[in-house]
Design a protein around this ligand. Sequence first.
Ligand code: NDP
Length: 469
Amino acid sequence: GTFDIGMIGLAVMGRSLALNMADKGFRVAGYNRSREVTEAMVKEYPHDNFTPFYDLREFVEALARPRKVMLMIKAGGAVDAVIGQLTELLEEGDIILDGGNSFFEDTRRRYEALKEKGIRYFGVGISGGEEGARRGPSIMPGGEKEAYEQIRPVLEKIAAYAEGEPCCTYIGPDGAGHYVKMVHNGIEYADMQLIAEAYILLKSVAGYTNAELGDIFEEWNQGELKSYLIGITADIFREKDDFEAGELLDYIVDSAAQKGTGRWASIESMKQGVDISMITAACNARILSNHTELRKKAAGLLSGPEPVKAENRELFKNQVRDALYAAKIAAYAQGFDLMRDASKKYGWNLDLGKIASIFRAGCIIQAVFLNDITEAYRKNPELDNLMLDEFFRNRLEECQGGLRHAAAEGIRSGLPLPAMTEALSYFDAFRGGYTGANLIQAQRDCFGAHTFERTDREGTFHHDWGKRN
Ligand code: NDP
C-alpha cells in the first residue's frame, strides 16, 4: 500500500484529526465501523488526501509499511475489540496508535500484549477537543522510543505550535502518554474550579456585574494569568442570551458535568500516595453541584452568613487575582508532583519541563504560566516540587496574602471555595513544618499499638497509654 496513515473511527475527533493530517499533505485512509459515518464524512468534508475504505482488510492493505493505524474510537472495550480485529491483519513492525482517552493501565496492558506479537503500540494523549484536533492539538505519545521516529513526522506536523516548536514530544514508554493526558485533565479541572471561585468571590463580595467581570478577566488575560481558559471566560461573561435579556451565563443551571478523566487522576493520586487535593476538590465540587434537588432542599433548611461587602472593590479584585495566581501555582505543583511520582514508580523518566512546554498551545490548559514551569525544570530537572523553585517561591511570597484575604472573605461570606482553601492548606502543611500528625500517631498507637517515632531518640516506640488511670 501507499497511504501514510490509516484512521479508524471517523466521529468528531477521528474525522478532525484525519482532515488535519490530510491538510498537512499526508495521504490518509479512513475506516469507521458504521459505514454511514464514513459516507457522511466524505460527502460533507471531501479532501484530496483522504480516501474512505469500507472493508477493514482493504483498509489495512492500502497502508505503506510499516503500517500506521490510529484509533480514534470510544475508550474501553471498543479499543480491545478493534485491536483484536487488527492483529489478524497487521504484521510485525506495524504500529497502532490509540488517540482516545484510554485509561493508562489499559494502555500498559495493550502495549505489553502487542509487544509479544511484534506490533508497536502507542497510547497517545490528545487534548484540545474538536477544534484542537482539526487545527492543531497538544499531543502526548507514549510507547516504544525507537518506533517513535516512525510516527514523529505525522504527529509533529499535525500538532499545535508554540513559539515555533510543535506541542508534541515523546513522553515515555507504555502508558506514559495517556497518564500525562489524565493529569492534564486533572489540572484542567482545578484550573476551571479556581476560576469559578474567583468569579463567585468577585460577584458576591464585590458585586461586579457580568460586563465588569468581562473587563476584569480581559485585563487579567494581559498579564501572567494569560491563558486560554481566562480568555474564554472573559468572552463568556459578555455573551448575550438568545432568549432573554442579559447574559447567557445567568441562565445556565448551576451543575457541572464531567467525563471522568480528571477523576482518574484523583483516584491514582490516592493509590500512589500523592496529595493532589485541589484536583480532588475540583472533582468533588462538580459532584456536589450535580445534586441540585438536594441542594435546593438544603438551601431552605440550612442558613449561613450574608455575603460581606468588600470595602475597597479595587483592592479586593487584586487580592482575588493574587489568590487565583497563588492557588494556580499550588494546583500545578500537585499535578506535576503526581507525574514525578508516576515517573519513578513506572520507570518512565518523564521530562516534566518538556511536558509543560507541549501544553503551551493546542490544549485547554495552555497558558504563558507554563513557560515558567519549563524554566523551573530547566534550572533544576530534579526539582522536588514546583513551589520550591525560586521564581514560584517569590511569587507565592507576593501572592499568598491575597489568597489568604480572598479566601477569608469568602469563608466569612459563606461561599464554597474548595480549591482555594485546599491550596492554602496544602501550602501551609507543606511549609509550616508542623501539621498535628503527632497527635494522630499517638491516637493510632493508643487504640491499635501502631507504634510511633520520637523527635529526640532513634527507634520505634509503643507506649502503654492510659496506664495512669
Ligand atoms: P466517541 O467517543 O463518541 O466514539 C465514537 C466512535 O467510536 C465512532 O467512530 C464509533 O463507531 C466508534 N466505536 C465505538 N464502539 C466501537 C466498536 N465496538 N468497534 C468499533 N468502533 C467503535 O467519538 P469522539 O470522536 O468524540 O472521541 C473519540 C475518542 O477521542 C474517545 O476516546 C474520546 O474520549 C477521545 N477524545 C475526545 C475528545 C473530544 O473533545 N470529543 C477530546 C480528546 C479525546 P460507530 O460510528 O460505528 O459507532
